[in-house]
Each structure stands twice: as C-alpha cells, then as structure tokens.
Ligand binder design. Structure first.
Ligand code: PA5
Length: 449
C-alpha cells in the first residue's frame, strides 16, 4: 500500500459490529458510484481519470510548462475554489518552503503566485510589486469562465501584460484553462487565440486537480506531473474492493460516517508539517462541498500542529465533544536536522540532544494522539511514506473516492454544489449586475439602501 490508513486509535469509539453493520450501506454507495446510478453521476469522470486522462493534452501541458519556464520567471495562477486549491496544495506539498524566494538555480521551475482567490485590492497591488520587472505569464483558470474574483484579477494582470509586452506578445503569455465549449473565458480565449486547456465536463471543480486545472501550474513549477498521475493510478488500482476491510478509502468513509452518527460531526484534518496546510484547505472544499447538503454532512475543519496546539489545543482537548481528528503524518520527511548540542543546559533541552527535529516532531504526534484520546477525541491516522508527487497523487485519489462513497451514505448528491449560488445572487444583486434587477430591489431594500 502506498499510504497507511490506521484505525487503531478509534477502536475505543467504534465497535467491530458497527463496521459490519455499515457494510451494506457502503456496498450500496459503491454500486451507485461504480455503476453510475447515483445522484450526480454525470460528474464522476474523476473515477477512472488516472488511467483515462487525455494523453495528448497532457503532452501539451508539459510543453506549455516548458515554454513558460523558458520565457518567464513568474507564473501568476488565477482561479478560486476548485480552480485554485489543488494547485496551491501541490505547490506547497511538492516544493521546499519559501520556494519562490530561493535563488534561481535552487528552484526547479518558475515562481508561482496565486491571484483571483479573493477580492482584496491590497493583495493584488502587493503581488504587482513583488513581480516588479520580472518576466511573467498568466494561467487563468475558470470552468464557468464568469467567476467574479478571477475575472477581476485577470483583467488586472492582462492589462499589466499588455503594458509590458504589447497586445500581440501578451496573448502568447496567457494560458486559459476553461470549459471546452462555453463561457466568457472560453469565448475570449478563442477570439484572442490564447492557448487553452480543458476542464472536462464530467469533473467538478473540487475534483479537478489532476486535470489541466492543477497540472499546468504544477508542471510549470517544476514538479513531476508524471509521478503525480502515476500515484493517482496506483490508488485507482488499489481501492477496488467493495469490502471495507479490504479497501482503506472505504474503511475511512465508513468510520467517518459511524462517528458522525455518534455525534462527532466535525472532522479536523491534522498535519505536522507547514507544507501540508493547503492539503487541508483543498480537502475542506472536497469534503464540505460534497457532503454539506440537506442539513447533513460532517463539517470539515483543520488544525496545523504543533502550531495550533498552542491555540486550538485547549478546545480540542476539553471543549465540546463533537470533534474527531484525521491525522496525516509523513514517515520520511524530505529533510531533517539535529537538535544542536550545547555546552551548558541553560534552556533545559539537553535531554533532546542526540535526537533530530523530525524525531521530536514524530514523538510529539504520538503523545498528542494519546492526550486527545484521553480527552475523548477519536483519532484516525493516514501515514504517508514520503512527501513526493507519487504519494500526493495517491492521496488525492484516496480522498476523492472516500468522499464519493461517503456522500452516497448520506443520501445526497456528492457532486453538485447548489448552495454556493446563494451568496452570488445576493452579491450580484447588490452590485447591480444586469439580469438581477428584481433581486437588486429586494436585496437593497433589505439593507435599506
Ligand atoms: O467547486 C466549485 O464549484 C467551486 O469552488 C468552483 O471551483 C469555484 O467557484 C470556481 O469556479 P470556476 O472554475 O467556474 O471559476
């Protein structure tokens, strides 16, 4: 197995009989997903994607990444939600911390900065200053092609490109990842002749990291997209059994569901490495947007250890008992460092001499599991052998499959996101977007504007 799913620390909360009893529900979910008979089954192309992905486009992505590396120092990646979080997760997971600050010969690919994931003018202005006079390209990513945040950022950076390179050369520095046939971004890309990549119809935003959405920025950053896809394929091949005792992704889905039914309605994805923070952010969208429907679903949250043990730790240990943790650790982190030896013991750390910082971190992780179990927090564990592209690809597929199964156990459609439209309607109405005239009146009246 490429990753180890370990449920030992949940045994005091979940009986073996409960796992047996949930198997029929898991079997039903498995059939719905695999036979395409469940709700939202027109959005399950991610299921066989690691073997069925478009190889011709994949080659084009790698060629575009090379082109970006040869003519740019910086790639600005514009997108939000499912068109952002996967690439950001992979960028942080697969490169050293501070990758953008490393000297050019220390970094594998271009510097990657993300934009269009908020509406902060300060953020955009600060990024423009950071780019300065460095050569840059833009990858704008939007399935609908009409999302407000990336559309605004794209206008800004397109203008900057035109100012710097002129209209014709600017067009050669814009890569658009969007729907194959429709949307404002699609239409603009066609008219302007930007190189385009496709977000497949059958793959929703939060499942799209292994499509061009994630692959182009990841490849441009110099990470190994072949290994990423190979890792995902290894997961596709590994998690095929319906029996949850033989399928770690189903086991995870089943345990989460059992815990939810017992009142553990919030799951914290825990990491012990700062470079895994965006794994949690990506996972939160995947889980929350898939399950949070019909007043049901586990609330996905996260904590970064040991940092948050000094802030959220008190609540997790002794607050309301509706939390469980899924702890992601790395068996062999990429680098290590000895705890320095000193002549005196002024700081009281002599007992750690002879250990490495990774050893201290790993021991802290073991201690925290015990303390949290004593505090009544069920713990699930996911151990990654390494922090590399193959492992990440495998893990991505593991979580995608788990939430597909888990979603059907909640009798909801895990693949739509009707709820995200509500705020957009209110926002567009208040901003006076054409087509929203009625709503504009109603919403403005509510604000007494
Ligand atoms: O999962 C989703 O549907 C959302 O998070 C979208 O990914 C996000 O709103 C961005 O949408 P788009 O790619 O259409 O710009």
């Amino acid at each position: 197995a490429q990753i180890q799913f370990d449920a030992k620390s949940v045994e005091q909360f979940v009986g073996a009989n409960e796992l047996k009893e949930i198997q029929p529900l898991i079997t039903m979910a498995d059939q719905e997903l695999r036979n395409g008979t469940g709700a939202g089954s027109d959005f399950i192309d991610w299921l066989n994607w690691p073997s069925d992905y478009d190889k011709e486009e994949f080659a084009r992505i790698k060629a575009a990444a090379k082109q970006i590396q040869s003519d740019s120092k910086v790639l600005v990646v514009i997108g939000i939600g499912g068109s952002y979080l996967g690439a950001k997760m992979a960028f942080d997971f697969l490169h050293p911390s501070f990758n953008n600050e490393l000297a050019d010969d220390q970094r594998k690919g271009v510097k990657v900065y993300f934009a269009g994931n908020s509406m902060s003018a300060s953020y955009i202005n600060d990024l423009i200053r950071v780019i300065g006079d460095q050569d840059f390209s833009v990858n704008v990513i939007s399935k609908s092609g009409t999302t407000t945040e990336p559309s605004i950022a794209f206008r800004v950076f397109k203008q900057k490109l035109i100012e710097k390179y002129g209209e014709a050369a600017a067009k050669k520095r814009i890569y658009a990842t969007t729907d194959a046939k429709k949307g404002a971004l699609h239409d603009e890309a066609q008219a302007a002749g930007y190189e385009t990549f496709v977000i497949p119809d059958g793959i929703g935003g939060r499942f799209s990291v292994l499509t061009a959405v994630g692959l182009l920025p990841i490849a441009a950053s110099g990470a190994d997209v072949d290994q990423l896809m190979a890792g995902a394929k290894s997961a596709q091949e590994e998690y095929t059994e319906t029996d949850l005792t033989k399928n770690a992704a189903y086991h995870y889905a089943a345990l989460r569901r059992i815990l939810y039914d017992k009142g553990y309605t919030t799951e914290l994805l825990i990491n012990w490495e700062p470079s895994l923070q965006y794994l949690s952010e990506w996972w939160k969208q995947l889980m929350g947007e898939s399950e949070g429907k019909n007043q049901k679903g586990i609330y996905p949250s996260s904590a970064n250890y040991s940092t948050d043990l000094h802030s959220l730790g008190q609540y997790i240990q002794e607050g309301r008992r509706d939390l469980f943790e899924t702890v992601v650790t790395i068996d062999q982190p990429n680098t290590d460092l000895d705890v320095p030896k000193t002549a005196d013991n002024g700081d009281g750390l002599q007992y750690l001499e002879g250990k490495t910082i990774n050893e201290v971190n790993a021991t802290a992780a073991q201690g925290v599991v015990l303390a949290h179990l004593d505090g009544g927090v069920p713990n699930l564990a996911i151990r990654l052998p390494k922090q590399d592209a193959f492992t990440l690809g495998h893990l991505i597929y593991f979580f995608e499959l788990a939430v597909g199964i888990s979603g059907y156990t909640f009798a909801i459609n895990p693949f739509n996101q009707p709820g995200v439209e509500a705020y957009k309607t209110a926002m567009f109405a208040l901003l006076g977007k054409p087509g929203y005239e009625e709503e504009t009146k109603a919403f403005r009246a509510r604000l007494n504007k």
